[in-house]
Design a protein around this ligand. Structure first.
Ligand code: SAH
Length: 355
């Protein structure tokens, strides 16, 4: 049995499945799932991420979180948490960059939220000596101030897709034709969760709904509002994404999501407005959605790049310059990726971001 046979059997038994259920099976099926069975990151893998491109990314995030900790009177115990830590590179860079912030490490309890056993092992290696702890449910986050980062986590959460038909919506479903997986459409239904999308869409438009993100935001924002702290959510997407952003990446190339179930990374752009609404509903303030390039520039990434560049020459220098460009330039990750900051309404927003 492989994942495709398993999906075909499920469809034969239950009928066509939502894109969200397909994503969940492909990414997190305990036996065949893409994340559950491998480490997909880096140049040799299927995709790369900002922390894997350069240590400067994690350094800037670390300094921003440490600044929020100082702005909030340095609580002597707080949770330093990451959602979907991948190889643990970002957290390792955050810890290295903050090692000289007096009292920060002593007060930090490192908590990681990670679904993949393979990546948990990888994170344990990267963070050996720092004593991280993994939680299975976000509600297991201790009742304490929370400094949290999530980079390319929300884009991996399952989305449902709906196509507008007058005042109602047809869900895009995945069914089977013979031995192949194919797209189809479900019946017209009213979708209360899409009421606000009646304003910015027309007949035939496709919108995506990431229901899983909301309870996650509610817990994080609730902790920050109640106990203090800050959250940095970094991902590609926009305030409202529109159209089909469901994509599969294999060996850094886009492939058809239905062709290689369990063997390609599946993502969808993040809709930030519903995250911001959930944060507000939980009593937490949030910043303006800010392009990653602008955020990193404001935090001083160019000065940091210059300092790192000083002793370098040749190909090492070129690699550093390319990494700086890749993280910040509007035509690379600088504009596509956005940052949403969460903070308690009585406190200052995280540095680099505006209320
Ligand atoms: N933040 C890392 C990795 C991004 S890849 C980086 O920037 O390099 C997405 C990460 O989220 C992986 O670690 C993946 O295993 C994890 N993940 C995906 N879906 C998840 C879920 N539902 N619950 C917990 N972790 C999840």
């Amino acid at each position: 049995m492989n994942l495709k046979d398993h999906l075909l059997a499920q469809i034969a038994l239950n009928g066509p499945m939502s894109v969200a259920d397909f994503m969940t099976e492909c990414l997190l099926n305990p036996k065949f799932g893409y994340y559950t069975t491998r480490d997909p990151l880096g140049a040799q893998g299927d995709f790369t991420t900002a922390p894997e491109i350069s240590q400067m990314f994690g350094e800037m995030i670390g300094l921003a979180l440490a600044q929020s900790w100082m702005d909030q009177d340095k609580p002597d115990r707080f949770i330093l948490a990451e959602l979907g830590p991948g190889r643990g590179t970002l957290m390792a860079d955050i810890l290295r960059a903050t090692s000289s912030v007096s009292g920060f490490h002593e007060a930090a309890e490192i908590v990681l939220f990670e679904a993949s056993p393979a990546l948990r092992d990888r994170q344990a290696q990267s963070l050996s000596g720092h004593n991280p702890r993994w939680i299975d449910m976000l509600t297991d986050l201790p009742d304490a101030p929370l400094l949290l980062v999530a980079n390319e986590f929300f884009d991996a959460l399952p989305v449902r897709q709906f196509i507008r038909d007058g005042d109602s919506w047809c869900e895009r479903l995945i069914g089977a034709q013979g031995e192949s997986l194919t797209y189809g459409l479900g019946p017209n239904t009213a979708q209360v969760a899409l009421t606000d999308r009646m304003i910015d869409t027309q007949d035939g438009d496709l919108v995506e709904l990431c229901a899983a993100a909301i309870p996650i935001l509610t817990v994080i924002a609730g902790r920050i509002a109640t106990y203090g702290g800050a959250g940095l959510i970094v991902d590609y997407g926009d305030w409202h994404s529109l159209g089909d952003t469901f994509q599969a990446l294999q060996s850094h190339e886009r492939v058809d999501p239905l062709q290689a179930p369990g063997r390609a990374d599946l993502t969808a752009h993040v809709d930030f407005e519903p995250l911001a609404i959930a944060a507000r509903a939980a009593g937490c303030a949030h910043t303006k959605l800010t392009p990653q390039g602008m955020f990193l520039e404001r935090l001083g990434i160019t000065a940091r790049a210059q300092a790192l560049a000083a002793p370098l020459g040749g190909s090492e220098l070129e690699t550093l310059i390319a990494a700086h460009r890749r993280l910040t330039h509007p035509e690379e990750m600088g504009n596509l990726f956005k940052v949403l900051g969460l903070y308690p309404s009585y406190a200052a927003p995280p540095p680099g971001l505006e209320p």
